[in-house]
Design a protein around this ligand. Structure first.
Ligand code: CA
Ligand code: CA
Ligand code: CA
Ligand code: CA
Ligand code: CA
Ligand code: CA
Ligand code: CA
Ligand code: CA
Length: 718
């Protein structure tokens, strides 16, 4: 009967057992928790030795010792103690190791009390449980290996073996699990860092932690651990790439992107604000630790302008000038906002490309060259030099002559210039008597595109060389038509009797003339003014003096070496030309004589017979002697044939003009000690009132008083 009752329990026999104790009328039963209602705990009538009949008659019942729930009751018909209410050990006793329900069996007639104790046994009906489904942990990436992080514990309502016995952690590369036991026996666990974290590599780690109890069957509970790796500022900002954007001066499209490259420099003429490069900087850290600021040094004409994200534009802030600074070393410093901040730097070498922005500049404002006349063609006159600070062909200077004319000829027929060296050469031999100075213009041009240039003037001064002998205007230096001067017999010592007139085409000392008598018939009779050329008597003429006096006069300039010319002067001491009949032939102008002769011959030959008769008749009737020609006329008249070509022009004012208006050193006679005429033979030097009015007949009377060559020329034009 007892065996059958056991069989009716919902729990297996192996699990179910009963203890019966009779201690002074008390009974104790041990039952597992959570038995179904109506399950038999034990036969209390039998265990107390009571007849079944007594139970009803004596009103047997279960009383609560305290006013708790009545968990069991007695079946009066069978005497069984059965489960009346759910018996939950965890609910009744929690974590107490022993759990006993205390009740009393009450019998009346006579009143009897029996204590009934029911020991409730634990069943593994609770799984280990964590407080949350998700456990969040934040760990610095800088955490050291071996560092521990408390995870807490899982709870299980059951006790002893049925409570939490172990934990397991999902396999992972960073963490191990360490399980500890508290003094009360509860187990808790902690994560141990087994390998360092790197937020930049993995910033979230998900792990599952499982707790197991020791019951049979075993129960478990799981929690997910979410590890967030916190950033530490352990990354330096890095320049990932440096991209230069440069406009290459020639033959490349604008905005060409070229790559940290030095062969594509920035043209010096880019306007301020031009973007010349793009810099990218990256910091793998997060938030502040990854916030990067870039800066460059202050003393350069560049700045960094933040662009999108981690890009910066390198922009010019001022005008570049390659001639001042041709290269820049730009140091870019990138700093993050971490604490402490980390930084790195990068240097960029930037070259400035040349633009042809400088014209060549001559070292002098103007140049002068001095050369003696009669120079050799090809001789060096001077050299010019211009500087151009630009680079290569932009700074290469080429010299050339600007087209112009000198004396109506192209300048290139006078000088040439070496295009590379700037040395100026004479192309021809210069003649001071024709050209004293001229000016040429030289251009210096660079080889840029387009080229720049500047000009300078070069004055060429030609200096005189004594290359012209004195030219004697009067008397004719040639011997073929000599002049004869008439000297009155009554002439006193010191009287001017004639004058030698000479010019010199040179200038200065080269044209300063001096006169000397080199030979004379009577050396004591005549003298000549050293610079005036005036011939004077040294003493009174005496009867014993020879009628015909010849002088040979040398005219010498003052050049180095001096040049000279000579002429002959014929003087006749007489008061009457008729006294010297033999002079007729001498005075007869040779050319005129010939011409007359030819005419006479022609007339005679044509009219011989016709005229013969008349001549004979008239010859008889008018035979008389022809009056001799006055030699004096010839003496004062200087025929144009005696003038040199350059001095031949005699104009209406009586001025003898030099073609080139030379500075000529001329003698001016006894009236003035000056001997230099700026312009030879001009109106100012003519004493016109004394000369122009004079007739040839008057002239002879005053000859000895004022014999002036200028007067001579004036008298000649009458
Ligand atoms: Ca359990
Ligand atoms: Ca339990
Ligand atoms: Ca970091
Ligand atoms: Ca950082
Ligand atoms: Ca330049
Ligand atoms: Ca230049
Ligand atoms: Ca001379
Ligand atoms: Ca000369």
């Amino acid at each position: 009967m007892k065996n059958n009752r056991f069989a009716s329990y919902g729990y297996g026999l192996a699990f179910l057992f009963l203890f019966l104790h009779t201690i002074s009328g008390d009974v104790i039963y041990s039952v597992p928790e959570e038995m179904k209602r109506g399950s038999v705990i034990g036969n209390i009538a039998k265990d107390l030795g009571l007849g079944l009949g007594q139970l009803s008659s004596r009103k047997a019942r279960i009383d609560l010792e305290d006013n708790n729930v009545q968990h069991c009751d007695i079946n009066l018909n069978t005497g069984d103690l059965v489960v009346q209410e759910r018996i939950d050990r965890e609910g009744l006793c929690g974590k107490k190791a022993s759990c006993v329900l205390k009740q009393e069996l009450v019998l009346e007639n006579p009143l009897e009390l029996h204590r009934v104790n029911i020991r409730v046994l634990d069943v593994n009906d609770n799984s280990p449980q964590f407080n949350e489904d998700l456990l969040k942990l934040e760990i610095q990436e800088s955490a050291d290996k071996g560092e521990r992080f408390l995870l807490g514990e899982a709870h299980d309502g059951d006790i002893s073996e049925n409570a939490v016995q172990s934990y397991t952690l999902q396999q992972n590369e960073h963490f191990k699990l360490n399980v500890n036991t508290k003094p009360g026996g509860r187990k808790y666990c902690e994560l141990v860092l087994d390998k360092e974290l790197d937020r930049e590599d993995k910033k979230d780690i998900m792990l599952s932690l499982t707790a197991y109890d020791g019951g049979t069957p075993q129960r478990s509970g799981t929690v997910v651990i979410h590890v967030t790796v916190l950033d530490a500022n352990d990354n330096v900002p890095v320049f990932s790439q440096t991209v230069y954007k440069a406009s290459v001066p020639e033959n490349s499209p604008l905005d060409t992107l070229v790559i940290t490259s030095l062969s594509n420099p920035v043209p010096e003429n880019v306007s301020p604000g031009t973007e010349v490069g793009i810099i990218n900087v990256q910091d793998r850290d997060s938030e502040q630790n990854g916030q990067v600021h870039c800066s460059i040094q202050q003393n350069i004409p560049f700045k960094l302008v933040p662009s999108i994200k981690n890009y910066y534009s390198l922009v010019t802030t001022g005008q570049l000038d390659r001639e001042l600074v041709s290269d820049y070393n730009i140091t870019i410093i990138a700093t993050d906002e971490g604490s402490p901040p980390l930084s790195s730097s990068k240097s960029i070498h930037l070259s400035v490309a040349d633009i042809n922005d400088n014209p060549p500049v001559f070292e002098e404002q103007s140049y002068s060259a001095y050369v003696s006349e009669n120079n050799k063609a090809g001789s060096t006159l001077c050299s010019v030099s211009a500087r151009d600070p630009d680079w290569r062909q932009n700074g290469t200077v080429i010299y050339s002559l600007l087209a112009s004319e000198v004396n109506r000829s192209p300048v290139s027929s006078y000088v040439s210039i070496n295009g590379d060296t700037g040395v100026i050469h004479a192309v021809r031999s210069f003649d001071y008597e024709h050209l004293r100075s001229f000016k040429v213009h030289v251009m210096a041009r660079d080889n840029g595109s387009p080229p720049l240039s500047s000009n300078v003037s070069v004055s060429v001064f030609i200096s005189d060389v004594n290359d012209n002998s004195p030219q004697i205007l009067y008397p004719s230096p040639e011997g073929n038509s000599f002049m004869t001067e008439l000297v009155p017999k009554a002439a006193h010592g010191g009287s001017v009797v004639s004058k030698v007139i000479a010019v010199d085409a040179d200038s200065g000392q080269n044209a300063w003339l001096s006169y000397h008598i080199v030979k004379s018939t009577d050396p004591g009779l005549f003298t000549i003014g050293l610079h005036s050329g005036e011939i004077r008597t040294q003493r009174d003429i005496s009867e014993s003096d020879s009628m015909k006096q010849n002088l040979i006069v040398a005219v010498k300039d003052n050049g180095q070496p001096p040049l000279s010319a000579t002429c002959s002067m014929y003087l006749l001491i007489s008061d009457n030309l008729a006294e010297v009949p033999e002079l007729k032939d001498i005075s007869y102008d040779e050319k005129n004589s010939k011409l007359t002769s030819y005419l006479i011959i022609a007339l005679v030959s044509v009219s011989t017979f016709f005229l013969t008769f008349i001549i004979i008749v008239l010859g008889v009737r008018f035979c008389r002697r022809r009056k001799p020609r006055l030699l004096f006329d010839g003496a004062v008249a200087i025929p144009s044939a005696y003038l040199p070509p350059n001095y031949a022009d005699v104009d209406g004012t009586g001025t003898l003009c030099s073609t080139y208006n030379y500075d000529a050193y001329l003698t001016t006679g006894s009236r003035t000690s000056d001997f230099k005429f700026v312009s030879s033979y001009n109106d100012n030097t003519l004493p016109a009132d004394q000369t122009l009015r004079k007739s040839p007949s008057d002239f002879a009377d005053e000859l000895h008083d004022s014999f002036d060559p200028l007067e001579v020329s004036n008298s000649f034009q009458i």
